[in-house]
Design a protein. Structure first.
Length: 316
């Protein structure tokens, strides 16, 4: 066991961390402080992409965020990239992650409203190492949705058909496979079987994809979810969440106040072991479906609309 990390095994490589920040200096400060307190932070390079202000009203907040990230310490290196114009979250994430992955085989991605436990970096880096050679794993994340995972489930991680944009990692070869334009969307709409397979990640995904294709949503993550479906691939989640989203406090550009995604954060010293042969577990998928695929028609409609509202808001 690697001393202090709580991982039975070891971290082979510390992937670069990419943080996307905009106009919430207090959230950004808390995000960076928690990240810097992680085991492995001193061995990790942090790159912060600061988006430009949309208008004069937001200029002061954007300036405050940049002052905050310039003073970040606790990492092997800190690089700040300041955008002159507002790219929006989707374009900023796609461009930034692509740029970093042109120099690195893997990456860890953060947004400016995420608190992490002390073992977040250990978990995500360990997962990146453990599942790098598994083509059926498209991404890993430190976040676990508030699910009722059965006590009989003994693994420290599980596979799902839905990715997470809250503290995640991937590899260059997977990222390069994403078709951000979703060029086969017309064929997808004519294929009920394809739609059912995509919905394994949640009934809300097709609605968000439709909004994205109609220009009503500016999201990178729904395209990433679609790529998981296209390649019949999974996301690896921890059973005990190493990430807490603090952005649903009404301060985000589109975020209302919500407690729908509050989770119990790992205290930071929880030991974990990742099995290279981790398999899909039916009981965990049932727990996942209870949240993202309610069975009754009325419940499904209401839940789907609520999930879309919350998650679209989180995409800024």
């Amino acid at each position: 066991m690697l001393s202090g990390l709580g991982y039975v095994g070891g971290v082979v490589n510390w992937a670069p961390i990419v943080l996307f920040a905009y106009e919430r200096p207090e959230h950004t400060r808390r995000t960076i402080e928690a990240l810097a307190a992680n085991d492995g932070a001193a061995e990790s390079d942090l790159l912060v992409y600061c988006d430009g202000a949309k208008d004069a009203a937001g200029a002061d907040s954007v300036r405050a965020v940049r002052e905050c990230v310039r003073s970040a310490t606790g990492f092997r290196s800190v690089t700040v990239i300041e955008r002159e114009r507002n790219m929006g979250l989707a374009s900023s994430v796609i461009a930034g992650v692509t740029e970093v992955l042109s120099r690195s085989s893997s990456v860890i991605v953060m947004e400016d409203d995420l608190l992490t436990s002390r073992n977040f970096l250990a978990f995500v880096n360990s997962a990146l190492s453990t599942y790098e050679q598994r083509p059926d794993v498209f991404s890993v994340t430190g976040y676990n949705y508030p699910l009722q995972i059965p006590q009989s489930y003994r693994e420290d991680a599980y596979l799902s058909y839905r990715s997470s944009s809250w503290g995640w990692g991937t590899w260059r070869d997977r990222w390069d496979k994403v078709d951000w334009a979703v060029n086969d969307y017309g064929e997808f709409l004519q294929d009920p079987r394809a739609q059912e397979l995509f919905a394994r990640g949640g009934d809300d995904l097709q609605q968000m994809l439709g909004m994205q294709m109609a220009g009503e949503l500016d999201s990178w993550s729904i395209g990433f979810d679609y790529a998981h479906y296209k390649h019949d691939a999974f996301c690896v989640h921890p059973v005990v969440s190493k990430v807490q989203n603090i952005g649903f406090d009404g301060t985000g550009v589109h975020c209302d106040y919500s407690e729908d995604y509050l989770v119990e954060l790992d205290p930071g010293d929880t030991q974990f072991e990742l099995r290279a042969d981790l398999a899909v577990d039916a009981s965990v998928l049932r727990a996942f479906d209870r949240k993202f695929r309610p069975t009754s028609g009325v419940a499904r409609l209401r839940s789907g609309k609520r999930i879309v509202r919350r998650l679209v808001g989180s995409l800024r």
